[in-house]
Design a binder for this molecule. Structure first.
Ligand SMILES: O=P(O)(O)OC[C@@]1(O)O[C@H](CO)[C@@H](O)[C@@H]1O
Length: 308
């Protein structure tokens, strides 16, 4: 099975409003509620692709109960660890006039030292039987900044390939623990390396310890420094819609290809097609399966000169 970790799970609310205006009052015309936090989005996409998927992390309080009820309606196995603090909510406000999305993320509950210890025990047990593990999203308050580095080391000791998708200091420390794969977006990459040049920054990020760096360039696809060379993967057309969760779907595509033993170009095609098919779906963490099948053979793969 594939294991996904979401330390800061969330009940994701998507609000659709006719037009979003600062300082104005708005009537919400549509409300969608889903279990979220990046790792749970990854898990749902993987399960929809037919992979046996297990989700761990934390959930607590009334919001945590709602999240777990919703997760139970999906094929993802729930291995979340209970916290005394309540799971956060996030709100994505979709402006129906422009299609633009504004994201508001609560910080999440404070996790205690005892809860972190309980999680580490659960995580270590779940690694036994995992074919790959993804560590995704922000850290909730109370969790130390080197937490992902610690989990990367545990996965490496267990011989399980590990993907890290986070930002800021947790990414900087996590990357130094030598994960198999990191998937920063352009902003995260610039923050990590100080460079806005995607090619340079991707190489620089790889030099910090990750075996492979897949940088997401939004509508322009992915740039990947892999053991099979440097690749650029581009969708056939720029798709318009709600980008929330598109990066998580890219992670699901990369993991799906990894556990299937697919060559890197195929993994990248899956990631780009899933990401675009997620933008075309109105809800975070869901993709349009018909669009995915149509887009998959049309992703452009280009091998770049890796001598830099
Ligand atoms: O606060 P984080 O953990 O960085 O991001 C959380 C989040 O915004 O990311 C997902 C989209 O990628 C949403 O489903 C989710 O709520």
């Amino acid at each position: 099975m594939i294991l996904t970790v979401t330390l800061n799970t969330a009940v994701d609310l998507t609000y659709r409003v006719p037009a979003l205006t600062p300082h104005a009052s708005h009537r919400v015309t549509q409300v969608i509620e889903r279990p979220g936090g990046k790792g749970l989005n990854v898990a749902r996409v993987l399960a929809a692709l037919g992979h046996e998927t297990v989700a761990t992390g934390f959930a607590g309080g009334a919001t945590g109960a709602v999240l777990r009820e919703q997760l139970a309606t999906t094929p993802v196995r729930d291995e979340l660890v209970e916290t005394a603090g309540a799971t956060r909510r996030t709100v994505a406000v979709v402006d129906a006039a422009t299609g633009d999305t504004t994201q508001l993320n609560e910080p999440g509950p404070t996790v205690t030292a005892a809860e972190w210890t309980a999680f580490r025990v659960r995580f270590t047990a779940l690694l036994d039987g995992a074919t790959a593990v993804a560590l995704c999203g922000s850290l909730p308050p109370g969790i130390h900044v080197g937490a992902y580095a610690e989990l990367v080391r545990l996965a490496r000791t267990a011989g399980v390939p590990v993907l890290l998708d986070t930002s800021g200091e947790p990414l900087r420390r996590g990357i130094a623990a030598r994960p198999d794969l990191v998937k920063p977006n352009a902003d995260e990459l610039a923050q990590l390396t100080g460079s806005r040049d995607p090619l340079r920054a991707t190489h620089e990020a790889r030099g910090r310890g990750a075996r492979t760096v897949v940088s997401s360039l939004g509508p322009d696809g992915l740039l990947a420094a892999t053991p099979e060379g440097l690749w650029r993967a581009t969708p056939p057309t720029a798709v318009k819609g709600n980008p929330t969760g598109a990066g998580d779907s890219a992670v699901a595509g990369l993991l799906s290809g990894l556990v299937d033993g697919a060559p890197w170009p195929d993994r990248l095609s899956r990631a780009v097609a899933l990401s675009a098919a997620t933008v075309l779906s109105p809800v975070a963490g869901e993709f349009d399966p018909t669009a995915y099948e149509e887009l998959l053979p049309k992703v452009t793969l280009k091998q770049l000169d890796d001598s830099a």
